[in-house]
Design a protein around this ligand. Structure first.
Ligand SMILES: [Zn+2]
Length: 373
């Protein structure tokens, strides 16, 4: 009896830690499931993981960030900041973020090169109100759930940032549209949290790469989105994006497009990828993951049986982008910083601007609105 009891105790002590932080990829996580997973991880790996309850949504859900290190909480280590699910219906993105977190924490040994000179901060569920609404009520829902008056709800968080805010196409100003940019730049708590995290990392000199996960365009975009002008380090971002696309193709045969975002969708103001670059992240990317399975385009809602494969594929891309960030921004390289402009950069009249942009932009905007996640 005593021997059996001892065996049970030994067995439990061996399997419990793994079970606590096992990542289940047989179904999409709920909001509660994501929050619970992060808490378990923090409990199991307190020396390498810090989970922060960083804000509240309109419907009072938590916005949790997780900071991941190799155990050396040294000041001045460089940072990769990744968010996911700013768009509610892009169900694979929180799964991919959790997969990345799991790789960095639970599979630390295989990925310690990504944590030698860098720490990571991840916001795996950037729009929990919209995510739950998409899961439970209207799966094509894209925005958050802030009321806009009348029967209209929600702001498109990836149009709510203070960079060319409101510029691009008419629906940005329509409170009933899934492209609504908000009542003003940073009207939304979720966008403000992403902004504040960016500012903190830039102000303490650590912010190197911002990466925003979306689906399902199979592309890696970089700034600018609101302007056709190439950035000062256009070639560097182009090289990194192409490197990640090649890695994915070599592993899974999925073709990932790489491009300055403007040349895919035309003028689009208020995006997080432009804002990160504007405030001082030298590298800023949108990774639009694949929604493709065996030739079928599932777009935002791949079947549950595909979650593991697509999350693993996304990690190939995320890892490749991070490898290059680590390689190109070693501790000795000075990060060029731009003085932050605090005044709103929106045009005096976004409507007047829309008219100037003309027909071509309207066509491109249609593409952006309907094809890009
Ligand atoms: Zn999206």
């Amino acid at each position: 009896m005593l021997r059996a009891l001892c065996a049970i105790i030994v067995l439990v002590s061996c399997v419990a830690p793994a079970a606590l932080t096992e990542l289940y990829l047989s179904d999409y996580y709920t909001y509660e499931g994501v929050m619970d997973y992060l808490d378990r991880l923090a409990k199991e790996y307190p020396t390498r993981v810090l989970v922060k309850d960083a804000g509240r949504t309109y419907e009072r859900r938590m916005l949790k960030t997780v900071t991941i290190t190799n155990g050396e909480w040294l000041p001045g280590k460089r940072m990769i900041f990744m968010d996911a699910a700013l768009h509610a219906r892009e169900w694979m993105t929180p799964m991919a973020a959790l997969y990345a977190i799991h790789e960095l924490v639970v599979n630390f040994e295989q990925n310690s090169d990504l944590l030698q000179n860098f720490n990571w901060i991840v916001l795996p569920l950037g729009n929990p109100d919209g995510y739950e609404f998409s899961r439970n009520s209207d799966r094509w829902w894209r925005n958050n759930r802030t009321p806009n008056g009348g029967e209209c709800y929600g702001t498109n968080l990836n149009r709510n940032f203070d960079v060319a805010w409101g510029q691009g196409y008419a629906e940005l100003a329509d409170p009933c549209s899934e492209s609504y940019a908000g009542s003003e730049a940073f009207s939304e708590a979720e966008a403000r949290l992403v902004r504040d995290t960016m500012h903190e990392l830039v102000d303490n000199g650590s912010g190197v790469m911002y990466l925003s996960l979306h689906t399902a365009n199979r592309s890696i975009f970089y700034p600018w989105v609101h302007d056709s002008t190439p950035t000062s380090n256009h070639h560097e971002m182009q090289e990194i994006a192409r490197y990640a696309a090649k890695k994915i193709y070599a592993k899974t045969s999925t073709v990932i497009k790489t491009k300055q975002a403007f040349y895919y969708g035309g003028v689009m103001g208020g995006t997080s990828v432009d804002y990160a670059f504007k405030v001082g992240f030298p590298l800023s990317f949108v990774f639009e993951m694949s929604g493709l399975a065996y030739g079928v385009e599932y777009k935002f809602f791949p079947p549950q049986t595909e979650i593991r494969r697509l999350a693993a594929e996304s990690w190939v891309g995320i890892r490749a982008l991070a490898e290059k960030a680590v390689e190109k921004y070693p501790p000795g390289r000075i990060i060029p910083r731009v003085p932050r402009v605090t005044a709103s950069s929106k045009a005096p009249s976004s409507r007047a601007y829309n008219i100037q942009v003309g027909l071509l932009s309207t066509l491109l905007a249609y593409v952006a609105q309907h094809l890009v996640g």
